[in-house]
Write a protein that binds this ligand. Structure first.
Ligand code: FS2
Ligand code: SF4
Length: 605
């Protein structure tokens, strides 16, 4: 296996024997195989589209068949990419089944290709410019799809791509087998090229998570969906460093549209988030804990538990759900359980309730609670009960509801002090709520009551250096605001930082999926103050863990946001060249020590 997509990768280099996250080599290799098949699907769809467009007279039946298959491909690309995100799916069987589904869709799509036109040479020429593709003696064989062999190691700099053995004749027309489409080996090439290719691929995985949630609520944006095809095809091409950077920045802008789409989907479906107080203790009686990010799944579960006597508690990234009026209206959405994802193995240990994972972040369950874990959607773990949705999105949560009733919950109201309980958390400060007080906020900034705004947020994790974020927030001056989002907030969201003129000093803007809110507020302030976003008294201090953080970072950079502090470590998949580019162009700063960074930000050093 070879995997270096997340912050906890082994030795900050790569996981090559087994994943620090618990991912086994077989799963890792299957995930790479799935990515290659998704690339092939994107290529097949684009080739077929091009072929259909080139026909003078389009066969309407063929076109309609193609469009139907492409619709299925949209879902397969988005969910397939999300399946490979960190801490989502550890179940080999479900990944194999998914690969089969993708391969079937590739064939169905290519059957829509007019028989007399084929553009397979487009890929062959772009990928292998030095090979004489016209030569009938070219002897290349890409039918062995597992280019990412388990023997691939982290030393990818001198790996030979061995492309000169591909077997493509561009003059051949009417090819119908997707396996004639060459797919690049993901980890081969110079360090810098692998780094840039991986940056785009990991960004696509993150964007797929957002597109997945929006799609679940019936929202799609053509530009975003099309870019999954484009992005995967570009991952399959060779580019110069400059071309890769250009592509990555283009991606960052498209991801902004995807974040906007998800914001629209969530707010139109569940209302504009409003500041909401959330209990952290557990009421007596049966209950279910819901983790992950999918608001539609939560809504379905709340509907199905209504009147059953089962209470529902959010966990980790589901906490901001309480801010949405239509979700908060459910009386049995009773509070929030526990803290961030990396503490689940201790926090789930003894609770008399089942837990539903709607998305990341799932850790390998311990025997003491593995019979109480349920997965749904793209999440998978061998041996856990999986609640499958029907094609039209219906889900039956009866098994987990029955389980909750059987376990019965606590006999008395239960204090969770010890794991973040015993107090009230406040969430719901998304852009709608913050900007409804824009006048108050700008006045406070103008008259000096608020001298600085910090956005301290991002993913949490087990890395010891993550205490930085708690210490940093503790050191923020009394005349500053702290905006936060994502699960990194659990490092400090129970701190009482007081208020400035009635505005709480710490404002929870939502999930990592709600980073759009922070950008929107920053852009609105820049407009009010008629200045560049980088001239605002605003500093972003971000923690990253998985690939959603990658796509958010790329969006911020693409929007021209500079001086971002990033930690706890820089991504292992970014080479020195890439980091130097980010530092030189965007003044990206690796975090150092809280006092040192605070002094630098506030100009005290
Ligand atoms: Fe946190 Fe985990 Fe939100 Fe990330 S719950 S680190 O993958 O998604 O942020
Ligand atoms: Fe390692 Fe992270 Fe990959 Fe898991 S997702 S195998 S921890 S790099």
């Amino acid at each position: 296996m070879f995997c270096f997509q997340c912050q906890q990768t082994a030795g900050n280099k790569a996981c090559v024997n087994t994943g620090v996250c618990g991912k086994q080599p077989s799963t890792s290799n299957l995930q790479d195989e799935l990515i290659c098949e998704l690339i092939r699907l994107a290529e097949a769809a684009e080739l077929t589209k091009k072929s259909i467009q080139q026909k003078k007279e389009t066969d309407p039946k063929l076109l309609s068949r193609y469009l139907n298959n492409r619709k299925s491909a949209d879902r397969l690309l988005i969910d397939g990419l999300f399946t490979t995100l960190t801490n989502v799916n550890f179940d080999d069987k479900s990944i194999k089944d998914y690969i089969n589904e993708v391969q079937k869709n590739q064939k169905d799509i290519m059957r829509c290709m007019p028989t007399d036109i084929c553009h397979i040479s487009d890929i062959a020429y772009k990928n292998f410019p030095t090979t004489d593709m016209n030569s009938p003696t070219a002897n290349m064989n890409f039918s062995d799809t597992n280019m990412n062999s388990p023997t691939t190691n982290s030393n990818f700099s001198d790996t030979d791509k061995n492309l000169s053995t591909a077997n493509i004749n561009p003059l051949t027309c009417g090819l119908k087998d997707p396996h004639d489409i060459p797919v690049i080996s993901l980890w081969d090439g110079t360090d810098d090229i692998v780094s840039l290719r991986s940056t785009l691929l990991f960004g696509l995985k993150g964007m797929a998570a957002y597109a997945h949630h929006a799609m679940n609520l019936g929202y799609q944006n053509d530009n975003v969906t099309t870019w999954f095809y484009k992005g995967l095809c570009e991952v399959n091409r060779e580019h110069s460093v400059e071309e890769w950077i250009e592509l990555i920045m283009e991606f960052g802008k498209v991801n902004y549209q995807c974040m906007e789409l998800l914001d629209k989907a969530n707010t139109e479906s569940f209302g504009t988030p409003t500041p909401t107080k959330v209990h952290t203790d557990i009421r007596k009686g049966p209950f279910i804990v819901v983790s992950g990010h999918d608001l539609r799944d939560l809504d379905l579960l709340l509907k199905q538990t209504e009147g059953t006597g089962v209470n529902v508690y959010t966990h980790c990234e589901m906490l901001p759900a309480h801010g949405y009026p239509k979700l908060a209206a459910y009386k049995h959405l009773a509070g929030n359980f526990g803290t961030a994802w990396q503490s689940q193995q201790t926090e789930f240990d003894n609770i008399p309730a089942p837990v539903l994972f709607t998305t990341n972040c799932l850790m390998p369950p311990r025997p003491s609670y593995e019979d109480r874990i349920y997965t749904t959607s793209v999440v998978g773990y061998e041996g856990m009960v999986h609640i499958e949705g029907t094609k039209d999105g219906k889900k039956d949560f009866t098994p987990i509801i029955k389980h909750a009733l059987k376990l019965g919950g606590y006999e008395h109201d239960h204090s969770m002090s010890g794991i973040n309980g015993g107090h009230i958390l406040t969430t719901g400060f998304a852009h709608g709520a913050v900007l409804s007080h824009a006048d108050k906020l700008t006045t406070a900034i103008k008259n000096g009551d608020i001298k600085h705004i910090f956005l301290v947020g991002g993913c949490d994790g087990a890395h010891p250096g993550r205490n930085y974020y708690t210490e940093f927030v503790k050191q923020t001056p009394m005349d500053s605001l702290v905006l936060t989002l994502a699960c990194g907030k659990y490092r400090f969201n129970d701190l009482d930082l007081g208020e400035i003129d009635g505005i709480p000093r710490i404002l929870d803007m939502g999930q990592c999926n709600d980073s759009y809110s922070a950008i929107k507020v920053a852009l609105a302030l820049a407009e009010v103050f008629n200045c560049d976003i980088n001239k605002l008294p605003l500093t972003l201090v971000l923690s990253w863990y998985e690939q959603k953080a990658v796509c958010i970072l790329l969006t911020l950079l693409a929007l021209g946001v500079k001086n971002i502090y990033l930690g706890p470590t820089l991504p292992a998949f970014m080479t020195e060249t890439v980091v130097r580019f980010l530092v030189d162009t965007y003044n990206l700063q690796p975090i150092t020590a809280p006092e040192q960074d605070m002094d630098a930000i506030l100009g005290r050093s």
